[in-house]
Design a protein around this ligand. Structure first.
Ligand code: ADP
Ligand code: MG
Length: 260
């Protein structure tokens, strides 16, 4: 069994509209997955369901993490188990530096892993880890002392997100990339982070509609996501097909007839 197993997952909105219509997906350590699909197909809804967002109801199916039922776990417990979900729209926090934000995030996780008792990371150890991660990911030193997301470019926000991922060392990271405002620089940062962090201790899923990310990341598994479901899965050769033909080739013919 894979570390993250999604089985026949159905997710509905509060008004009962079904958005995710039966998804099966298995993600393991040392694997890079890309979920790609057009806008409005339900990719973010899938990510929110994994996060346990209260507005998205799982109506059928299951999510298992390391064999345990993820659906009944709170957000803290999901993080404690080693699931990381990148914020799609991180907010600016005036007066909080990137360094103190990252330290707070680590300490929250350490507390959860320590049975709810505070267990703050010693400052010298934190500094050492932060500097090493920044060097690895080529994050400029000056970013650490700036206020979180205050006037940050898309690329700077992504650097912080990837830095957070590197420091929290999740077992499975899910990155839901915004469809708008994601420039090529930001994409390269995400791709570089994923490429360098995925290994024997981590697997990742990058969710995007942006086919160009495949120029920077080599996923082992590509899933085409259309109308609430995975309609095709394959290796990186699927990426080439997507690039050449777009999503149209994957939209079932019956739907095209219906839409016409
Ligand atoms: P994607 O990420 O693939 O662009 P989304 O999951 O964001 O797709 O959206 C899929 C559909 O669900 C869209 O029609 C969207 O308007 C709708 N939807 C998602 N979340 C909500 C919400 N909280 N309230 C109302 N509609 C929503
Ligand atoms: Mg989305």
């Amino acid at each position: 069994m894979a570390l993250l197993e999604i089985r026949n997952l159905h997710v509905a909105l509060e008004d009962g509209t079904e958005i995710v219509k039966g998804v099966d997906l298995a993600v393991d350590l040392n694997e890079k997955h890309a979920i790609m699909g057009p806008n409005g197909s339900g990719k973010s809804t899938l990510a929110y369901a994994l996060m346990g967002h209260p507005a998205y109801e799982i109506t059928e199916g299951e999510i298992l993490f390391d064999g345990a039922d993820l659906v009944t776990m709170g957000a803290d417990e999901r993080a404690r188990q080693g699931l990381f979900l990148a914020f799609q729209y991180p907010h600016a926090i005036p007066g909080v530096t990137v360094t103190s934000f990252l330290r707070t995030a680590i300490n929250a996780l350490r507390k959860a892993r320590n049975g709810g008792e505070e267990d703050p990371v010693p400052i010298p150890e934190f500094r050492k880890e932060l500097l090493a991660a920044m060097a690895d990911l080529k994050v400029p030193r000056e970013l650490a002392s700036r206020y979180l997301n205050d006037g940050f470019s898309g690329g700077e926000k992504k650097r912080v997100e990837i830095l957070q991922m590197a420091l929290l060392k999740p077992r499975i990271a899910i990155l839901d990339e915004t469809d708008s405002g994601l420039d090529i620089d930001a994409l390269k940062i995400v791709a570089k982070g994923v490429n360098s962090l995925v290994g024997p201790d981590m697997g990742a899923v990058v969710i995007t509609h942006y086919q160009r990310i495949l120029n920077y990341i080599t996923p082992d598994h590509v899933h085409v996501f259309v109308d609430g479901g995975i309609v095709a899965s394959g290796g990186s050769e699927l990426a080439q097909q997507l690039e050449a033909e777009g999503y149209e080739a994957f939209i079932p013919a019956a739907e095209e007839v219906e839409a016409a």
